[in-house]
Design a binder for this molecule. Structure first.
Ligand code: ATP
Length: 193
């Protein structure tokens, strides 16, 4: 999957609508300390479904919304739009928006979808929020220091099989539910005899 464009509005320090074109190949983000380099990577992860406070360097979900400065009032929503092209050349437009007090919502090509659908779409294309294609500050040192299980997770992300674990957990949970239903049914039938 090719990420082609990123649009942000009210996301962390990107209070003004910003539109970035991402050209094919390796893209580096450079700039002075505190200018928002990490916020950009976080915006990509966030639109892909990331919620973990550690990866997002935030306490609560709404911390990604521009919090205001002495000169500017806080915003009441944040929105990130990611335009990508999948392996078949189809365009994918993914939007995530969060409003204060109203939670966050996702859209893919104009249709409302669940957070899980978005995470799986990217995980299957080996471009998820934890993809090794997104290299943040300190990441290389982290890879070197990682435990074998963590390294395996990175390789699975890169190979695009991370989504299979989620589907396996879902299938196992459905299986357990069905087994419980069957046991209940047997009890009820035994009561009818
Ligand atoms: P460094 O090179 O020091 O790592 P950086 O370029 O990666 O910096 P970021 O960490 O992306 O910079 O941006 C930090 C800036 O974003 C800080 O000025 C911080 O105040 C601002 N910021 C983060 N969250 C919000 C928010 N919710 N509202 C407003 N500003 C925010």
């Amino acid at each position: 999957m090719l990420i082609k464009r990123l649009k942000l509005s009210g996301f962390k320090s990107f209070v003004e609508p910003s539109d970035l074109r991402i050209e094919p190949g390796l893209t580096g983000v450079v700039g002075p300390n505190g200018c928002g380099k990490s916020n950009l990577l976080e915006a990509i992860r966030w639109v892909m479904g990331e919620n973990s406070p550690k990866s997002m360097r935030s306490g609560g979900m709404e911390d990604v919304i521009f919090a205001g400065t002495e000169q500017r009032p806080a915003r009441d929503f944040a929105e990130v739009v990611l335009l990508a092209e999948d392996a078949d050349g189809e365009e994918l437009i993914v939007t995530r928006r969060i409003e204060r007090g109203a939670g966050s919502a996702y859209r893919v090509n104009g249709h409302d979808v669940r957070a899980k659908d978005v995470s799986l779409t990217f995980a299957d294309a080996a471009t998820g929020a934890h993809s090794p294609a997104l290299v943040s500050q300190g990441k290389i040192a982290q890879v070197i220091a990682a435990k074998p299980a963590e390294r395996r997770q990175m390789l699975e992300e890169a190979a695009g099989i991370a989504g299979l674990h989620v589907r396996r957990r879902d299938a196992e949970s459905k299986l357990r539910q069905t087994e419980a239903n069957l046991a209940r049914l047997e009890d009820l039938m035994a009561g009818l005899d």
